[in-house]
Design a protein around this ligand. Structure first.
Ligand code: SAM
Length: 239
């Protein structure tokens, strides 16, 4: 039976940490234990230390992508009070992790996903792979994917009952762009609708911007032991 594949987040970062960390650890080890240059053997300690922590970082990132993100998806979706009839938007759906998770909870609603398919943000990131996962997970009739940037969405005002997003908005590098994204999310959300955004940085900024647009928010503490990098959740409801 075919299995869905939701990819590895930030594959280039994982690869770079792994290669640079392994090299640094090997050179550090050589300086400390094998080199005859005993007077500069101390250089080996920071090299070995940094190398091991970089390799550890890449291993934790892979573990999050392969195991942790499924638990995190369920944690995010459990924050919503589902009726099964919602129209839902997953911002930066990638290979469909949240969009498909939502579709499984819907009876008559629709789960939309938007993305611009940045390759550096997720391995083999494409609309085809998101659709393939939706077919494998048997929810193809409940999803709709659009090639859209969150900063300028084509949906009409108050279109969605729920807007969710995981690890997307930090990929917008300028503050003005992230502000625009939050403004757009608030715009497409219905009054009474729920928003759940999870990310590893800028979450206070998202919370502040959403509040300005009539969304009452709660910002969680970083989830140190179950996500990597530690993620925080902005959860709110439009008044
Ligand atoms: C790290 S991936 C996370 C994918 C998915 N949410 C998950 O948790 O598996 C971030 C996604 O956000 C998308 N993205 C980045 N900037 C975006 C933007 N301005 N508008 C829409 N999507 C964006 C990337 O293409 C990528 O698919």
């Amino acid at each position: 039976m075919e299995k869905p594949d939701y990819g590895v987040d930030a594959p280039g970062v994982v690869r770079n940490f792994l290669i640079a960390g392994a090299l640094s650890a090997i050179i550090g080890y050589w300086f400390i234990f094998l080199s005859s240059l005993s007077r500069i053997a101390w250089i080996g300690h920071p090299l070995l230390g940094w190398g091991l922590s970089a390799v550890g970082t890449s291993i934790f990132m892979i573990l999050y992508s392969r195991i942790g993100k499924f638990r995190h998806r369920d944690r995010l979706l459990n924050l919503v009070l589902w009726t099964g009839k919602e129209t839902v938007l997953d911002v930066g759906t990638g290979r469909g992790l949240l969009m498909i998770g939502v579709a499984k909870r819907l009876e008559s609603g629709k789960s939309f996903g938007i993305d611009i398919w940045n390759q550096e943000d997720l391995s083999n990131n494409s609309v085809e792979n998101a659709l393939k996962n939706a077919r494998v997970e048997d929810v193809i009739g409940k999803v709709e994917i659009k090639n859209e940037d969150v900063r300028k969405m084509s949906f009409s005002d108050a279109f969605f009952d729920v807007v969710i997003s995981n690890l997307c908005l930090h990929n917008i590098y300028d503050e003005e762009g992230r502000t625009q994204a939050c403004r757009e999310i608030a715009r497409v959300l219905k009054p009474g609708g729920q928003v759940v955004i999870s990310d590893f940085r800028h979450t206070k900024e998202y919370a502040d911007e959403l509040q300005k647009h009539g969304i009452k928010v709660h910002l969680s503490k970083p989830l140190f032991f179950s996500t990597f990098p530690p993620l925080r959740i902005v959860e709110g409801r439009k008044i």
